[in-house]
Ligand binder design. Structure first.
Ligand SMILES: [Fe+2]
Ligand SMILES: [Fe+2]
Length: 265
């Protein structure tokens, strides 16, 4: 994992997954250096990713007070139990549904959970975190938040995009170039229901965020983006009209597997 200090308030713990045919998907967890430190998501569940070691370079694990699980998908739930052990005062922030989904693999200890639903706020000492349901999501337990201290928007899967190369997915901040097409592709991959929505109802979920104009968008699946929120939310508004995504078929998989076979001597 790479560790990027984006602002004095925010450290990014950056991992990356290759997605054949699409590119490289950043997988970010974050540390919000609030008076009561917050870890946002816990990396992928694959062995050897070094989440706790990377985290320890940003904050002493025993000081962590909150583990905000934006949603219990496996690219976000690599280490909640290890972190709960290392951080004896920490609580996992999730929803009742998130607790339920986690219980299908390894239950969270109920006395180590703080339920925060969209529309509610969490006090972390020197600021409050305003929870919201991102316009796009792939899990019904998804809850992002706006940090009322720094204005940063933690958007979970929303605003993500697969990028052409590992180097693109692991930069400390995304550059000025457009990622609109890649974000629309990701919207179709991650939230295929977006093609079925009532347009007005969908746009109403974007408007409050667009009006808030957060100076920093921190997506789980895009490098940190500064001063891009209007651009990003305008892109989200186009998602219902973007092409739908259908993954590779069996023939494509067979071709892919053949490409891995060593050439005949
Ligand atoms: Fe997800
Ligand atoms: Fe994700």
């Amino acid at each position: 994992m790479l560790v990027h200090h984006v602002t004095p308030d925010v450290t990014v713990l950056n991992d990356c997954l290759p997605v054949p045919g699409l590119g490289f998907l950043p997988v970010n967890a974050f540390v919000l250096h609030a008076a009561e430190p917050v870890v946002v998501d816990t990396g992928v569940g694959l062995p050897g990713r070094g989440f706790l070691d990377a985290l320890a370079t940003a904050v002493a694990p025993e000081d962590v007070r909150w583990i905000w699980l934006t949603h219990p998908d496996r690219d976000h739930t690599g280490a909640p139990h290890d972190l709960l052990e290392a951080a004896p005062r920490a609580l996992v922030v999730t929803t009742f549904l998130g607790m339920g989904i986690m219980s299908t693999e390894r239950p969270l200890p109920p006395d180590r959970v703080r339920i925060v639903n969209p529309g509610e706020r969490l006090d972390v000492g020197d600021r409050t975190l305003a929870a919201f349901r991102p316009p796009l999501f792939d899990n019904p337990a998804t809850v992002g938040f706006l940090d009322t201290g720094s204005g940063a928007c933690f958007s979970s899967d929303c605003c993500g995009a697969p990028l052409p190369a590992v180097e693109d997915a692991s930069v400390p901040e995304i550059g000025d170039s457009s990622v609109r097409d890649a974000q629309l592709l990701w919207a179709a991959v991650d939230s295929p229901w977006v093609h079925l929505v009532n347009q007005d109802a969908y746009l109403a979920t974007i408007r409050p965020l667009r009006d808030a104009d957060p100076p920093l968008i921190l997506s789980s699946h895009l490098p940190p983006a500064r001063d891009r929120s209007r651009d990003f939310f305008d892109t989200l508004a186009l998602a219902p009209m973007a092409p739908a995504f259908t993954g590779p078929d069996q023939e494509a998989l067979t071709t892919l597997l053949k490409s891995f076979e060593p050439a005949a001597p």
